[in-house]
Write a protein that binds this ligand. Structure first.
Ligand code: KE4
Length: 432
């Protein structure tokens, strides 16, 4: 299909970028590698929309990979930032805004009694693993195939997100000695986890997982899976860690742990709690968090951690989310979208199974159910690549990977959903 929208300037800028930065991007999944064609270069974002530097407007379901849950550059967030800016961008010293955001996180997230702010989800996951190991005195960890916990060495084993998107076996440069302590199991497979504990008695510090796997598309926990992990970790003296970098404050105000009623020992957060500025966090039981320096011996630090701008954006974002009706709106709008996509695909004779929970959704172009990463890989990636480009040409910006979740915001309107479903309808019939 010919390119029906002008991408001249995007092409020029991206061609130049490839000479300056590896792959022309600051993060691999943005490079559109698995969906053919080159990425579009953004000029600005507002509400539910993004504009590229050729003036094309897109209804945006990536939302900067999750942070833009209130809509891009929400006026209340930007005006709070403008005010904070007058007082400086970074202090490198305690500031009351950290107390405020910490209180909000502790009040909202069931497992969090104490929290430490960092600058990304990767940092939060790195730090939480060090803490798990220090608290238990054990080195091994269990992660699940297709889950992504940032790019730290010990997590780059059968990881999701960009690793899965690019079909990388894992990453060179990661010493075997580092990943030999990383055990993996298929998601939703309690028996496999039981076996790992039996084969590694008193050696596993904990189990870390995405309580909904957004980095392999959209895989939900089977009934009893999270509860089973909670029991298994307790029985084996290991810790349970929910990586809620993506699901935190998105699946509900208290995250997936509140929605599913399973409380881990530790939680990682990111994305939404920064409201578009770089914030990550890890938190949990006070007896564990009290081991973190300088209260305890577990070292972790960061120049820009807790900076006043990022704290301001996070505080304002959570204040907006806390307002009556936010999560009902996200749930209703996203349900309408995913149901419409599935109906439209089936009408075109396509195999599809799609789901949503609150403002997060995903679909696989194959028959379901998809309970783990192996089953997710049955999706028709070639078709998805054509669909992605077709939707882009129709003004809808989907995550550029068959192995990423989609994100709704409070700014998306009924008209935006109608326009999106119209574009899906046209694309499915054109491509079939
Ligand atoms: P960051 O270091 O990218 O802030 O967070 C890493 C991370 C950790 N845990 C989960 C559950 C995550 O989803 C992420 C990051 N998610 C990807 C999107 N699938 C970030 C996008 C990117 O890599 O560019």
């Amino acid at each position: 299909m010919t390119n029906v929208f002008n991408t001249t300037n995007s092409q020029d800028v991206f061609d130049a970028a490839k000479e300056l930065m590896p792959g022309g991007v600051s993060s691999p999944v943005r490079a559109f590698k698995s969906v053919n064609g080159d990425p579009i270069v953004f000029d600005r974002v507002k509400g539910a929309y993004s504009w590229d530097i050729d003036g094309n407007r897109f209804i945006d379901y990536v939302g900067s990979w999750g942070p833009a849950i209130c809509g891009h550059s929400h006026p209340e967030v930007t005006s709070a930032l403008q005010e904070a800016l007058e007082k400086g961008t970074s202090f490198g010293a305690p500031c009351e805004l950290e107390n405020k955001l910490a209180e909000m996180v502790i009040e909202a997230v069931p497992s969090v009694e104490m929290v430490r702010f960092v600058n990304s989800g990767t940092e939060a996951c790195m730090a939480v693993l060090r803490l798990m190991r220090a608290f238990t005195g054990r080195d091994k960890l269990i992660k699940f195939e297709g889950c992504y916990h940032g790019h730290a060495d010990m997590f780059l084993v059968k990881a999701g997100s960009g690793v899965a998107t690019l079909g990388l076996p894992d990453s060179p440069g990661v010493p075997r000695s580092t990943t030999s302590n990383t055990l993996t199991a298929p998601y939703n497979d309690l028996e496999a986890v039981k076996e790992l504990f039996a084969e590694n008695p008193d050696a596993i510090s904990g189990v870390i997982l995405e309580p909904i796997v957004g980095n392999a598309g959209f895989i939900t926990p089977e009934p009893g899976f999270l509860e089973g992990l909670r029991e298994l970790t307790k029985e084996n003296g290991a810790l349970l860690v929910f990586d809620e970098v993506m699901t935190g404050f998105r699946i509900s105000y208290g995250g997936a742990q509140e929605r599913f009623g399973v409380t881990p020992d530790l939680t990682t957060l990111g994305k939404v709690i920064g409201g578009g500025l770089p914030v990550g966090a890890y938190g949990g039981r006070k007896d564990i968090m009290s081991m973190v320096a300088p209260a305890g011996p577990v070292y972790q630090a960061g120049t820009l951690s807790g900076n006043p701008l990022a704290m301001t954006a996070g505080i304002k974002t959570l204040e907006i989310l806390k307002q009556e009706g936010s999560y009902e709106r996200l749930e209703t709008m996203t349900k309408r979208l995913i149901n419409g996509i599935c109906e439209s695909a089936k009408a075109a004779g396509l195999a599809i199974n799609g789901k949503s929970i609150s403002g997060m959704f995903g679909f696989y172009l194959c028959d379901g159910p998809v309970r783990n990463f192996e089953e997710a890989k049955q999706t028709n990636s070639e078709y998805f690549a054509k669909l992605h480009r077709s939707m882009l040409q129709k003004g809808v910006y989907l995550a550029p990977s068959a192995f990423e979740a989609g994100f709704m915001s409070l700014a998306h309107s009924e008209d935006d959903i109608d326009a999106t479903l119209k574009a899906f309808n046209e694309s499915f019939s054109e491509l079939s």
